[in-house]
Design a protein around this ligand. Structure first.
Ligand code: 5GP
Ligand code: MN
Length: 344
């Protein structure tokens, strides 16, 4: 079973590069989510079966609820272990970049990667991938998760069956990037899910580990934000949530606690655009979602120093948190005008 996302030449080239390598560094993006961690862990386990020595490096730590994907704690977090991460990048003979489209998405790791002379492969599902630093780019932007892309890539090789310990992280990435099979799901996504369950993936267990492991304080924060910090703009078909530092402290906020919050305004009738603004050290993190063909990717590029997918994007703002709401309304007004004129 193979979906023709890539040409035979691209797939052959991928396996050629893998065959020629021994020490492989696998990277994914800052603030890694389920698809990022699922991708790097699945690739690592796949390469171990190929007899390679893979090392996973991520720029900062993944949320706690994904730790079950790395039970031995083998993932190297650059922010916590710079020297070791840099030495792996320097000595490896292949770099695989997964689930991000621009090297700037790996922050300080970018500098080290650019210095490396080893071959580099990008496997990603975001629009407009950066091609220049890579020897091979496997990009498919129609697909909802990078893990689905890896699944079709691994399945392209008939003699390599996907074992359950590779199937599990792939399933997690597919489940989280589709927001539990709600967004951007293709027929191929269900085929993949069906095949992985046939391979022994315990979907109830994964469902519980990923969506059933939230803390009480996270739940109370969500209730508080929805009641007190969500603004709905019916005439713009938009809703947004403000998550300040003060509220993070009040509710013992931990990385990953706001996962999914940005989708909530979209469940209000008539709301098609949503945003979450999170106050952080010297920066405001921006998450944007759309439920129709309004492109939050264009909006993120133009107004929020970011990008992403057409219906799920993110970025950063460097203005005081108190000015963010007005800035959002202004940029949304301009973006909607362009959308109505057919330019967004
Ligand atoms: P999230 O809202 O879940 O943080 O991010 C949604 C999507 O937006 C991500 O999958 C990623 O494609 C994109 N994204 C998030 N933050 C950034 C950013 O700072 N820069 C760019 N270019 N894309 C981002
Ligand atoms: Mn992804």
């Amino acid at each position: 079973m193979m979906k023709d996302f890539f040409s035979k030449e691209q797939i052959d080239r991928f396996y050629e590069l893998i065959s020629a390598a021994n020490e492989v560094v696998i990277l994914s993006h800052t603030n890694p989510d389920g698809d990022a961690v699922g991708s790097v862990v699945a690739m690592k386990r796949f390469l171990v079966l190929e007899g390679k020595k893979p090392t996973v490096i991520i720029p900062n730590r993944h949320p706690d609820y994904l730790s079950f994907l790395d039970p031995e704690g083998e993932i190297i977090v650059y922010k916590e272990n710079k020297k070791m991460a840099e030495s792996y990048v320097r000595s490896c003979d292949l770099i695989l970049a997964l689930d991000f489209n621009q090297l700037s998405r790996i922050d300080d790791v970018e500098r080290v990667v650019r210095k490396s002379l080893s071959p580099k492969v990008l496997i990603d599902h975001h629009p407009s991938p950066e091609r220049e630093p890579f020897d091979l780019v496997l990009s498919e932007t129609e697909i909802s998760s990078n893990c689905e892309l890896l699944y079709w890539l691994f399945s392209s090789c008939k003699e390599r069956a996907i074992p359950v310990d590779v199937a599990e992280p792939l399933y997690v990435g597919m489940m989280t990037d589709t927001n539990n099979f709600a967004n951007s799901v293709l027929a191929s996504t269900f085929r993949m899910a069906s095949d992985l369950i046939g391979k022994g993936v315990d979907k109830e267990k994964l469902q519980h580990l990923v969506f059933g492991g939230f803390s009480e304080s996270r739940m109370r924060l969500m209730g508080y934000l929805l009641s007190e910090k969500m603004t709905v703009l019916p005439e713009m078909e938009a809703g947004f949530i403000m998550l300040s530092k003060e509220d993070q402290e009040k509710f013992s906020f931990a990385e990953g606690d706001s996962e999914g919050f940005v989708n909530i305004p979209l469940s209000i009738k008539g709301i098609n655009i949503s945003a979450l603004f999170t106050e952080s050290e010297g920066v405001v993190r921006v998450s944007l979602r759309s439920a129709n063909d309004f492109s939050v990717n264009k909006m993120a590029r133009r107004f929020f120093n970011g990008g992403g997918h057409e219906r799920a994007s993110g970025g950063k703002l460097f203005i005081p948190f108190g000015k963010v709401a007005d800035y959002f309304v202004e940029s949304l007004t301009k973006s909607i005008e362009e959308y109505r004129n057919g330019k967004n």
